[in-house]
Design a protein around this ligand. Structure first.
Ligand SMILES: Cc1ncc(COP(=O)(O)O)c(C=O)c1O
Length: 368
């Protein structure tokens, strides 16, 4: 008989222990008569700003809106150029295009985050950038100090994409979201901190940027029915999701530790010359996704599938090669991004994965 499938993630397991508390909070919201931008949203915004170590958090509808509004809040306007990585499923690129700006694709390093040297080269050679999006991909902090330094030197704003990196910390204790001019978070259900539907936020140290975000998320209103900003949207966080997020936030660090333990165990125990594993990591990695690389990626995937182990590919097609561009960026060469798109494979890694399941994954990789 086939053993039970080891999933890449399991939201059913994730919420099981919180069922009673979540149901009570949801009932509370139903009875309150306040459903959008109410006291639950304000409470979550201050708790999450404090968690990230910044002064302001502005709740919005999802992570994509968070990125778009973050770019607008730091001054990106139509015609501007914005540097983005091309290995993260079009998220930063889509936000850039939604601002009417032009994405400038920059290659990543072996850690799958923006290569600071390539960014510096793009700044020097391709004309002025209004902003740079640094994506902390897979839950690993980008080399953010070097990126911030390049942004400062070239007068570009820095927007962090923290959708996969809630709680990731640098050696000096600063968390993802505390480095840039603004930082976007997604609370999509599969994220390290996830809602029970779509939700997002932008955090910032800057009161002016926060004020612009509060206007942008609600039509451009400075006050009700007074539109002072163009580029506004309806992208508000609702009370139900905010209450869910407030219940889960105190558990985030423990979940992240468990994710990292599983990831580090894989990195220590998977020993197969056909599979390259990431280095054992500390707090800078919150193991949103555990991604290995193999020149025989598709064969490895089939082998794992036969052993009852699910896997996924994050991400198979780089942004500059997406069909929506109809070949417009065909001449752009991003060797690391393109190679990793061919070799990346995501293994099961989530807080509720059991030790036995993790061992099955390791053993199957070692048999490949
Ligand atoms: C790195 C990254 N950025 C942005 C997003 C967009 O977030 P959302 O799906 O909430 O719009 C995601 C999530 O899927 C993501 O992983």
């Amino acid at each position: 008989m086939r053993p039970p499938l080891v999933p890449v993630n399991s939201l059913v397991r994730h919420v099981a222990a919180l069922r009673v508390e979540l149901a009570a909070a949801l009932a509370d919201v139903v009875d309150s008569g306040q459903y959008v931008l109410g006291p639950g949203v304000a409470a979550f915004e201050s708790a999450f700003a404090a968690y990230c170590g910044v002064a302001h958090c502005v709740g919005v509808g999802n992570g994509s809106d968070a990125l778009e509004l973050a770019l607008k809040s730091v001054g990106v306007v139509p015609g501007d150029r914005v540097a983005v990585p091309a290995n993260a499923a079009m998220y930063a690129t889509t936000a850039t295009l939604a601002c009417g700006a032009e994405p400038v694709f920059v290659d990543v390093g072996d850690d799958a985050t923006l290569d600071p040297a390539q960014l510096a080269r793009a700044c020097d050679s391709d004309g002025p950038l209004r902003a740079v999006v640094a994506t902390h991909l897979y839950g690993r902090l980008a080399r953010i100090d070097a990126i911030a330094e390049t942004c400062r030197a070239h007068g570009a704003a820095l927007v962090e994409d923290c959708a996969q990196a809630h709680g990731a910390r640098s050696a000096d204790g600063r968390r993802a979201g505390a480095f840039g001019d603004a930082a976007a978070f997604s609370f999509y259900p599969t994220k390290n901190l996830g809602a029970l539907g779509d939700a997002g936020a932008v955090v910032t140290r800057d009161a002016g940027i926060a004020a612009r975000l509060r206007a942008l998320r609600q039509y451009g209103w400075e006050q009700k029915y007074v539109n002072t900003l163009q580029g506004g949207r309806n992208s508000r966080l609702d009370e139900l999701q905010a209450r869910v997020l407030s219940i889960k936030l105190p558990l985030l660090d423990a979940w992240n530790r468990r994710r990292r333990d599983i990831a580090n165990r894989y990195s220590q125990c998977i020993a197969n010359p056909r599979i390259a594993v990431p280095a054992v990591a500390g707090d800078e990695y919150v193991a949103h996704l555990y991604v290995v690389h193999s020149e025989s990626r598709d064969a490895l995937r089939a082998h794992l599938d036969a052993a009852g182990i699910a896997s996924d590919v994050h991400y198979p097609l780089p942004d500059h090669q997406q069909p929506c561009f109809a070949g417009r960026h065909a001449g752009r060469s991003l060797p690391v991004t393109e190679r990793q798109a061919r070799t990346a494979l995501t293994l099961p890694c989530f807080p509720e994965l059991t030790d036995d399941e993790a061992e099955r994954v390791t053993a199957a990789c070692n048999r490949f």
